[in-house]
Design a protein around this ligand. Structure first.
Ligand SMILES: [Zn+2]
Length: 72
């Protein structure tokens, strides 16, 4: 089935196929997010990742400072 437009799962707007990346893992052969949605997701993911990394470091630093005694 050939489609010329897709609805973006992020902004819920119907956009031309040029607005979408080819996503071979998707059933319709195109990404489910338009370029705008993609870049926004990438930006968010990046900041989330940085935040997670910081939390991880915090936790590691804490466990070094206060060694749990008794509980394995
Ligand atoms: Zn979109």
């Amino acid at each position: 089935m050939q489609v010329s437009e897709l609805r973006c799962r992020r902004c819920h707007e119907v956009k031309a196929l040029e607005e979408f990346d080819r996503g071979f893992f998707q059933k319709q052969g195109y990404d489910i997010f338009c370029h705008d949605g993609r870049s926004e997701i990438a930006r968010k993911r990046k900041s989330t990742r940085a935040w997670q990394q910081r939390k991880k470091l915090e936790r590691m630093g804490q466990s070094v400072d206060s060694m749990p005694s008794g509980s394995a």
